[in-house]
Design a protein. Structure first.
Length: 224
């Protein structure tokens, strides 16, 4: 391993900070902003807050375990220091064991430092989602339950409308799964009405094409 190269790498990394989290740009546009309605965005912030709160709890436990491991390693090192060494080999074994314990301790310290840094970045994400939740709920006039019928109808209508319109704009076939999902909705939802119109048009075009083909075949038989 090139010592000079490693020193250069360490020098670069010492001058910059690479957050172990999504950027606020990503959180805003690809986590919260991708949801089609304001209540969908509120629900997204709540879900992400829950996930990160659980992750923080796990990190706290891991850090506590690391600190206990350090305390136990210190005790083992103190016991070694108090042991009487009778011969040279025993003393050599003792020194090796001390070095081994120190390496274990260094490893635990580094791991705990990483966990604490990860906790810092998680807290930054929590701060973002808390602020987003408060801002969005204020704009929406309050939080609506995840099972609120009106909010859910609006959410799924907008979400499925986006998916369907993208297919139509890009001139891509509408997959059967999307059609089935839309057709399973309540009849009064706008997206279902739109899909029914599309299906009726497709069916009408198929009938017209069938009749045209039959007419051509009949004409061909007459000409013979």
């Amino acid at each position: 391993m090139s010592t000079q190269l490693i020193e250069k790498a360490d020098g670069i990394l010492s001058k910059i900070e690479i957050p172990d989290r999504s950027t606020f740009f990503q959180l805003k546009n690809f986590v919260v902003g991708k949801e089609p309605t304001i209540h969908g965005q509120i629900w997204a912030t709540a879900r992400n807050l829950q996930d990160r709160r659980q992750s923080l709890e796990m990190l706290e436990l891991q850090i506590a375990d690391g600190e206990d491991a350090l305390a136990l390693l210190d005790i083992q090192a103190q016991r070694l220091d108090t042991q009487l060494t009778i011969d040279a080999l025993a003393k050599q074994e003792q020194e090796i064991e001390k070095r081994r314990l120190q390496r274990q301790k260094d490893s635990v310290v580094k791991n705990n430092d990483k966990l604490k840094l990860k906790m810092k970045y998680l807290l930054e994400e929590v701060g973002y989602f808390v602020q987003a939740f408060e801002t969005l709920t204020a704009a929406a006039g309050g939080f609506k339950s995840f099972d609120d019928p009106e909010a859910l109808r609006n959410f799924w209508n907008e979400k499925l409308t986006e998916e369907l319109n993208l297919c139509l704009l890009l001139k891509r076939p509408v997959n059967t799964e999307l059609v089935q999902v839309i057709m399973s909705l309540e009849d009064e939802m706008p997206i279902k009405k739109q899909m029914v119109q599309i299906l009726q048009k497709v069916q009408s075009e198929m009938i017209e094409e069938r009749d045209r083909q039959l007419s051509l075949k009949a004409q061909a038989r007459i000409e013979k």
